[in-house]
Ligand binder design. Structure first.
Ligand SMILES: Cc1ncc(COP(=O)(O)O)c(C=O)c1O
Length: 369
């Protein structure tokens, strides 16, 4: 009998090599942690300067209790009110705050398949919901089909649809027209959670945040971990209809985002254009990495608009390939755990610095021989 896992599996195996006791942090220089999707660049210079200048105070001081300044900064960007925004210590904390309040045991929840693994875990193993996967076809490069997803939601009677847009591990985005088509095909009562962790990397698709005022079904989840390079600080937010936010807010503990996190996030939003330049670099570098991986016999990348690449391994099983890379200090992600349909053929790598990308490509070339 297999027991129910307490936690979803994520990458992060690179901390086995660094040591989670932090005894020798210099070890981080010897490995390439491309199994998680953290930014390859540091936070914007203006962010780091503020943190450096005020570090002891930021560390020892209690933050604004419910992050009102950061909430106002987030709301203003897209003409929302602070009543449309709730903050958390990363979107992960907000998933665990929100879903127990809107999903009951036995409810049907639709997700994409494959998709970021925390959602299936939370719905199936923690909340006891029935999960329906909207299968994305390899033959379509895992492009979501809005009409097929809407049909699946209607047929299954799902009360909630969760999308990751652009999706992980596939790196494919639904554009605004496709999203509108999908929303138009869904029942008026189905809530739609759109996880936009990677949307700011995409030059041609704007965030859906502004739509929450005209469509009360929408909940937009925004991690500030990846694009804003703040993973270690833990800060994320939801934008939604004010009524839902008002229902969630009493359950949000005080100081749910730390002072370092709140302060860095406010400064990072002011530096948005600097981050967009990094995103443009990411696009260019990713295409170089894709070409280099495609040149390795037995490996084949899928088109991506994000800071990561999914590829199929035709000769060496994914787990073996990942282990052989790990033996060379390069951590990439075996995607087997991200979908029951994925089998042993899919691997994902983050896009890192040019030097690290070369190490990734060399390790993959040696591992796939
Ligand atoms: C799609 C997606 N959503 C959410 C998260 C978690 O983000 P946070 O750091 O805000 O908890 C991740 C982290 O990898 C992710 O890939």
């Amino acid at each position: 009998m297999t027991s129910t896992p307490q936690h979803a599996f994520h990458g992060g195996a690179s901390f086995d090599a660094i040591g989670s006791d932090f005894a020798d942090l210099a070890r981080r220089h010897s490995i390439v942690d491309a199994d998680v999707l953290d930014a390859w660049y540091d936070p914007a210079p203006g962010v780091l300067e503020t943190l450096r200048e005020n570090l002891p105070w930021l560390v020892k001081t209690s933050p604004p209790t419910h992050g009102d300044g950061l909430r106002a900064a987030i709301a203003q960007r897209h003409g929302l009110s602070t009543q449309n925004v709730i903050l958390g210590g990363g979107t992960s904390a907000l998933m665990y705050l929100t879903f127990p309040r809107i999903v009951r045991p036995g409810d049907t929840v639709a997700i994409l398949d494959p998709m970021y693994g925390e959602y299936r875990h939370l719905f199936e193993h923690v909340l006891g919901a029935r999960v329906v996967g909207c299968e994305l076809a390899e033959a379509r490069g895992f492009r979501p089909d809005p009409a097929a997803i809407a049909a699946k939601v209607r047929e299954s009677g799902a009360s909630l649809l969760v999308l990751v847009n652009p999706n992980s591990p596939t790196g494919v985005v639904l554009d605004s027209a496709e999203l509108r088509q999908l929303l138009a095909g869904l029942p008026a009562t189905t809530r739609v959670w759109i996880d936009e962790t990677y949307i700011d990397f995409v030059p041609f698709v704007p965030t859906a945040e502004p739509f929450v005022v005209s469509d009360a079904r929408l909940i937009i989840a925004k991690s500030m971990s990846k694009f804003f390079a703040l993973s270690g600080l833990r800060v994320g937010y939801l934008c939604a209809d004010a009524k839902l936010i008002a229902e969630l807010e009493p359950w949000n503990p005080p100081w749910s985002a730390g002072l370092l996190a709140q302060c860095a996030a406010v400064r990072a939003l002011q530096e948005y254009e600097w981050y967009r330049e990094r995103a443009a670099e990411t696009q260019a570098v990713r295409d170089e990495v894709a070409a280099a991986i495609d040149a390795i016999p037995g490996l084949r990348t899928f088109p991506s608009v994000t800071n990561f690449l999914l590829f199929a391994t035709e000769r060496v099983p994914a787990a073996e390939l990942v282990q052989r890379c790990r033996d060379q200090g390069v951590f990439v992600r075996d995607c087997g755990s991200l979908s029951p349909r994925f089998g042993a053929r899919f691997v994902r790598t983050a896009i890192k610095t040019r030097e690290q990308n070369q190490r990734i490509v060399s390790a993959l070339a040696a591992a796939s021989r």
